[in-house]
Design a protein around this ligand. Structure first.
Ligand code: SF4
Ligand code: FES
Length: 340
């Protein structure tokens, strides 16, 4: 085990853990943001620099600070290491630059993007970015590409995090897309055949941190914050069958895998569950899904689905309290002679 101090908090983690894993063990607001790291995908991390932190003491044996900020998602901990994130002004300043860099080519088309409201880049920019951008050159633009029956690629929005490539590589046996070309010409593509067809291909939509890979069966149907997420499951021969159904009225608009507090898929699901099974009768409903993140979806407007009686009781109690306060105020005013 190695003991490190992260933002003044001591934590003990297994040898070989990364700084980001140690921070996640502590949890809360001190955890660095991550746009490319994905705990369940081998090789992920080290692409976006969103998670940079300052190592002010390398280890107990060699207490010298590391000369540059390091990517916490790929830097292993050393016993006695001291790391600063939210408490270090240099880190906070550099993070603004990272946002600016990621937004150089990313269009600000949130009003028409299906990912808006659950977009990691939107949240990252909102929390860490500057209001202004200095970039004035011509931006990269791409035509949208249909990748088969279910997926549409908006390459213009891609931040080249490689998550979809690792997902297809590690989850399916026939990855047909990847990052073509290099440097500022790099792009996600299928090269010959513009189709991603296999039973688990839909998961690339869930892992994409931005709206570059979208679900064609859901596109433009609703803003996510108007949909009500509900946990449900079914017996599926291909995957765990545990999903989130996104309702609008009685209609299931889309089906996604369940995600944890870091917006990472807990268990991947198959295309049959995601795209082909969209009737309530196909599912066993478990109850409303609580979205823990600081997201517009988690405003709790759907909680009455679980506990209607509790909600009604709460509303009655609230109204009674308001009434009591009003009566009390009237009594007070009578006392001081303001009303009869
Ligand atoms: S399409 Fe999405 S998941 Fe794939 S590299 Fe681009 S941003 Fe990452
Ligand atoms: S999350 Fe660490 S570099 Fe992207």
């Amino acid at each position: 085990m190695a003991k490190i101090t992260f933002d003044g908090i001591e934590v003990e983690v297994p040898d070989g853990s990364t700084i980001l894993q140690a921070a996640r063990q502590i949890g809360g607001d001190i955890v660095p943001p991550a746009m490319c790291y994905y705990s369940t995908l081998k090789g992920s991390g080290g692409k976006c620099r969103a998670c940079l932190v300052k190592v002010t003491q390398g280890s107990a044996k060699d207490p010298r600070p590391m000369p540059k900020l390091v990517a916490s998602c790929i830097t292993p901990v050393q016993d006695g290491m001291v790391v600063e994130n939210t408490k270090n002004p240099e880190v906070l300043e550099v993070r603004k630059g990272i946002v600016e860099f990621l937004l150089i080519n990313h269009p600000l088309d949130c009003p028409i993007c299906d990912q808006a409201g659950e977009c990691d880049l939107q949240n990252f920019a909102f929390k860490h970015g500057n209001v202004r951008q200095r970039y004035e050159e011509k931006r990269r633009t791409f035509e949208t590409v249909d990748l088969g029956r279910y997926i549409k690629l908006h390459m213009t929005r891609c931040i080249l995090c490689y998550r979809c490539v690792y997902t297809a590589d590690q989850l399916t046996n026939q990855r047909v897309h990847g990052v073509l070309k290099r440097g500022d010409a790099a792009e996600i593509g299928t090269y010959i055949n513009n189709v991603i067809e296999n039973d688990f291909s839909g998961n690339v939509i869930d892992v994409c941190p931005v709206g570059a890979l979208t679900d064609k069966t859901f596109r433009f149907k609703s803003r996510v914050w108007f949909a009500k997420p509900v946990d449900a499951h079914r017996n599926c021969s291909k995957c765990c069958g545990k999903v989130v159904l996104w309702y609008k009225g009685d209609e299931v608009l889309r089906v996604t895998a369940r995600r944890n507090e870091y917006n990472e898929v807990i268990e991947f699901i198959c295309n049959e569950c995601r795209f082909e099974t969209k009737k309530t009768a196909d599912w066993v409903i478990e109850g409303p899904r609580k979205i823990e993140r600081t997201s517009v979806i988690s405003q709790g407007q759907y909680e009455h689905l679980e506990k209607p009686d509790f909600q009604v009781k709460l509303a009655k109690e609230t109204y009674k309290q308001i009434d009591d306060t009003r009566i009390h105020q009237q009594d007070q005013m009578k006392l001081i002679g303001k009303i009869d």
